[in-house]
Design a protein around this ligand. Structure first.
Ligand code: BES
Ligand code: MN
Ligand code: MN
Length: 462
């Protein structure tokens, strides 16, 4: 049996333990958005640090930031000439509301139909844990790793990674590597192993509209001054035309057009538009004219309203003219759009189209850059072979509509590409009730992660 055969066999033997230990990690309520869970987030970081030591990493530490802590770990003694691989993951999770819709409690992992149900099972605790288990298996079976490995585990990805770029910038030496690896994405579909090479960026903002200093009687004052709720509606309506085209001047300036080759490749993927819309319970799709659903989600920017509020929405009727109204709006950006530039375009345009008689403010929330990973980088071939060895099937290359802003930061600050080899599934309920991870993908993901270390050790010059 080859040395690698020993690693794979060990992984297959230890499946039950791999699930049991992930269960412990999933019990920790590390919700980064809620201040009442601050100590849980820290406890999760400490659990991961302890776990890193227990699998044989020589260095593992919890590093404080002015937000939630970062966990750093390292195994630094491969044969000379081997490359360095930086594994990133996030141990924070989304809130669990509405909790009454969960079929089992979000922080009590349950296995049903081969799926592990718990908040964070797919996004991202289960996926980051695959890499720890892969490293452990190498060290157990062979006593060493084929590459130098560094782990960077973050506790505030779900709230916009506010302190991560500063940490990377301050620790360029510590984080220096030849390639980064992240498992925090999804397959195209169950049974279709996938490597993601494109992610969208983000520009999140809040629109605040202020009118009179107090709510007013709508009979005595309505019709004589601008209503802030109406102003919000007018502003939102002015941002897009009815063909799904965003009207903000400059917005599309830096959008890289889809290549004909990509359009052809997207069309070759097994995607049934009608079936997809049925699964979402909508009668038909809607979006920017001239693009397919996959193109709209993967390679075109968006502007979406996340919520609108203001005025009266309680039981019955109340005749009132609200003093203020608000909206949360997020733009998904594509290469080469820049969040700060896009914010600027939106601010100018909103100022221009603001109705008279109200004060309008645009508040920048969090931004993130989009990313494209070069398909011709040798790490991508290595990753493709690793996924094939883990799952017995070669992967397809896809893009994703979601955002992992650190991918652009790794490219800019560390000068490295990121291999995105997640094993989630499109219907895994990430961010929603009843999140699950397919255990088959978890185990195959551990095998792929183990194979990847070998493949990268061979493919990359140090
Ligand atoms: N794992 C997701 C990103 C993701 C989602 C990648 C779907 C590929 C497909 C990540 O945890 C996430 O939710 N990111 C946020 C980023 C935001 C807070 C800046 C997102 O995409 O909304
Ligand atoms: Mn994630
Ligand atoms: Mn997420």
């Amino acid at each position: 049996m080859s040395e690698n055969g020993a690693v794979m066999s060990l992984i297959d033997l230890e499946r039950d333990r791999h699930v049991e230990e992930l269960g412990q990690l999933l019990r920790i309520r590390s919700i980064s958005a809620l201040s009442e869970h601050r100590e849980d987030v820290r406890a999760c970081a400490q659990w991961l640090r302890d776990h890193m030591f227990s699998i044989g990493l020589q260095k593992a530490e919890v590093r404080d930031t002015s937000g939630h802590p970062i966990v750093y770990g390292e195994w630094a003694h491969p044969e000379p000439g081997r490359p360095t691989v930086l594994v990133y993951g996030h141990y924070d999770v989304q809130p669990v509301d509405p909790v009454e819709l969960w079929h089992s409690p979000p922080f009590e992992p349950h296995v049903r139909d081969g799926r592990l149900y718990a908040r964070g099972s797919a996004d991202d605790k289960g996926q980051l844990f695959m890499h720890l288990k892969a490293v452990e298996a190498h060290l157990k079976a062979r006593g060493e790793l084929p590459v130098r490995v560094k782990f960077l585990l973050e506790g505030e990805e779900e709230t916009g990674s506010e302190h991560l770029d500063a940490f990377i910038e301050e620790h360029k030496e510590l984080l220096a590597c030849d390639v980064a690896v992240i498992s925090d994405t999804s397959w195209f579909a169950q049974g279709v192993p996938s490597i993601t090479y494109g992610l969208r960026g983000m520009a999140y903002l809040q629109l605040d509209v202020y009118g009179p200093s107090s709510d007013l009687h709508s009979g005595s004052f309505g019709g004589s001054i601008m209503n802030p709720a109406e102003a919000v509606a007018r502003l939102i309506a002015g941002l897009k035309d009815n063909r799904g085209h965003i009207l903000v001047p400059g917005f599309y300036d830096r959008v890289l057009p889809l290549s004909e080759r990509e359009r052809v490749e997207f069309r070759q993927l097994p995607f049934d538009e009608q079936e997809h819309m049925r699964s979402l319970s909508v009668p038909e799709g809607y979006g920017e004219e001239g693009y397919t659903t996959l193109e709209r989600v993967w390679a075109r920017p968006t502007l979406e309203v996340n919520g609108i509020w203001g005025g009266f929405s309680g039981e019955g009727s109340k005749t009132v003219l609200p003093a203020e109204a608000h909206a949360k709006i997020s733009c998904r950006l594509v290469p080469d759009q820049d969040p700060d530039e896009v914010y600027g375009f939106i601010e100018s345009y909103v100022r221009r189209i603001s109705p008279p008689g109200v004060r309008v403010e645009v508040r920048r929330m969090h931004g993130g850059r989009p990313a494209l990973v070069p398909l011709d980088h040798p790490a991508m071939d290595a990753a493709s072979r690793a996924v094939e060895r883990g799952f017995g099937k070669a992967p397809v290359f896809i893009r994703a509509g979601g955002s992992i802003p650190v991918v652009a930061s790794f490219a800019e600050l560390l000068g490295v590409p990121t291999v995105l080899m997640g094993v989630g599934l499109p219907d895994e309920n990430a961010h929603a009730p009843n999140e699950w991870l397919l255990l088959e993908n978890y185990h195959g993901g551990i095998r792929s992660a183990a194979a990847l270390l070998e493949e990268l050790g061979r493919a990359l010059p140090a």
